[in-house]
Design a protein around this ligand. Structure first.
Ligand code: IMP
Ligand code: MG
Length: 176
């Protein structure tokens, strides 16, 4: 871990600019209608904090924490809810905010659960997208950046809980 090498992929300025653009698009699409923003813990917390501060409609915030069964770095598709939402979503416009869509298995599960609660609309906003690794047909409605198949950290994303606080995104090259 001491020899981790970080290579900057997205600078703080680039992220800031893109998050503003996304928020403008979302604000326009919902045309002033209230929005329930659901952050997926923990990875989405920084992106969500920046995103919601740029939204123009009335916003309510809630969080979900889900965890994949199994030990591998790749999600197994079997997901359990560690923390559920506190507010009902029936009849509401819901925006799921996620750090990164990789295989898409986590989001596929979350979407299937939330759909059963009959929201008025359900959309996904992902900070990053790695479409090359997709195992599902999940497509984020809003996406910050499409990135190559590299393991990245920073701006909420971690490696074994480290690096979430980096203000930029880096490719992590682990050396042993
Ligand atoms: P999925 O179910 O395979 O789409 O997994 C998505 C989750 O895997 C994300 O919410 C992240 O927690 C984690 N993840 C996937 N790729 C990366 C990465 O490059 N860096 C850090 N976490 C990642
Ligand atoms: Mg995550």
């Amino acid at each position: 871990m001491m020899n981790d090498e970080l290579e900057v992929l997205l600078t703080e300025d680039k992220i800031k600019e893109r998050v503003k653009e996304l928020a403008q698009k979302i604000s326009k699409d919902f045309a002033g209608e209230p929005l329930l923003v659901v952050g997926i813990l923990k990875g989405a917390f920084i992106f969500m904090a920046d995103l919601v501060r740029n939204l123009e409609m009335p916003v309510v915030i809630d969080f979900m924490d889900v965890s994949s069964y199994g030990y591998s770095t790749e999600s197994s598709g079997e997901v359990r809810i560690m923390k559920d939402l506190e507010v009902p979503i029936e009849g509401k416009n819901v925006l799921i905010v996620e750090d990164i869509v990789d295989t898409g298995l986590t989001l596929q599960y979350i979407v299937s659960i939330l759909k059963k609660r009959h929201p008025k609309s359900l959309r996904i906003c992902a900070f990053l997208d790695k479409p090359s690794r997709r195992k599902t047909d999940v497509v984020p409605d809003y996406c910050g950046f499409v990135i190559p198949d590299k393991f990245v950290v920073g701006y909420g994303l971690d490696c074994a809980e480290r690096y979430r606080n980096l203000p930029w995104v880096a490719v992590l090259k682990q050396q042993d």
